[in-house]
Design a protein around this ligand. Structure first.
Ligand SMILES: [Fe+2]
Ligand SMILES: [Fe+2]
Length: 266
């Protein structure tokens, strides 16, 4: 059932990526727009189906569904990499998708794919490795978000742009720290170090999450100047929430309060 939660969250994310990419294409890129629409419909349908399962559903049926979603995630990943190639070889001059944004959404698709494989095979990483790997992945995602926000706000929103830049710097530092901890594996994987690592990340993710929430509300109420789609503001807010939930889950696993049996990973 853990996989259904993952599918519900990420299929909505993939659906929204299709919309954001579409909005960044030029009017004449009709083929790409059509492809993006196709992915939107595909993930909308996957999202709806994932909500229709119940705890009583045959696990075999869920496994089959997971495999199907895996294929869809692979296809959208390939689509995103294709777009990145087109942008980087200057085949879409005047388009509005930043290369880093396209790379970013392709990394999220790839993450979704690996989660599906892990959950389908029932072989999750040991907790100390999961803590480092998930944080390395999400810290980079958060650092990217801060950069997108600072670039998509109107330059005249000086205070907000400055704040977004500070978040970008903060998360770049945290990412380097995470990579250092990763490089010092396995000796770095002591409970006190991992617990301090989570504490520190949690503080920054909480304040970034709050900043995104404020930005989302201001954009929604049309109180600030930007070219950020309200749905994009909500999208990055939800991804920060996801990261926070994961950190909290790891904290509980580390202290043993959420590990009813020794085989429990996360
Ligand atoms: Fe995303
Ligand atoms: Fe993201």
């Amino acid at each position: 059932m853990r996989s259904l939660d993952e599918i519900q969250f990420w299929s909505r994310i993939m659906k929204e990526h299709s919309l954001f990419l579409k909005l960044g294409f030029r009017c004449e890129d009709t083929q790409l727009i059509q492809e993006a629409n196709g992915f939107y419909a595909l993930f909308e349908q996957i999202e709806a189906r994932s909500h229709a399962f119940s705890p009583a559903t045959d696990p075999e049926q869920i496994r089959k569904f997971n495999t199907e979603v895996f294929t869809a995630a692979t296809h959208i990943w390939a689509f995103k990499r294709k777009i990145l190639g087109l942008i980087l070889s200057c085949k879409l001059p005047g388009g509005n998708n930043f290369p880093l944004l396209v790379d970013h959404v392709s990394r999220e698709a790839n993450y979704f794919r690996s989660r599906l494989v892990e959950l389908n095979q029932g072989c999750l990483e040991p907790l100390p490795d999961a803590i480092i790997d998930e944080n390395v992945f999400f810290l980079k995602i958060m650092a990217d978000h801060a950069k997108f926000i600072s670039h998509l706000l109107d330059p005249s929103e000086r205070k907000l742009v400055e704040q977004a830049r500070e978040f970008s710097h903060d998360f770049d530092q945290l990412l380097w720290q995470a990579l250092d901890l990763s490089s010092m594996r396995p000796q770095s994987q002591t409970p006190p170090l991992l617990s301090q690592f989570l504490d520190q990340n949690k503080v920054s993710v909480t304040s970034l999450r709050d900043f995104k929430k404020t930005a989302r509300d201001l954009i929604e109420a049309c109180r600030i100047k930007s070219i950020i789609h309200p749905l994009l503001a909500d999208h990055v807010y939800r991804e920060a929430e996801r990261f926070l939930t994961l950190i909290e889950m790891f904290e509980q696993c580390l202290t043993g309060s959420a590990a009813p049996n020794p085989s429990f990973r996360y």
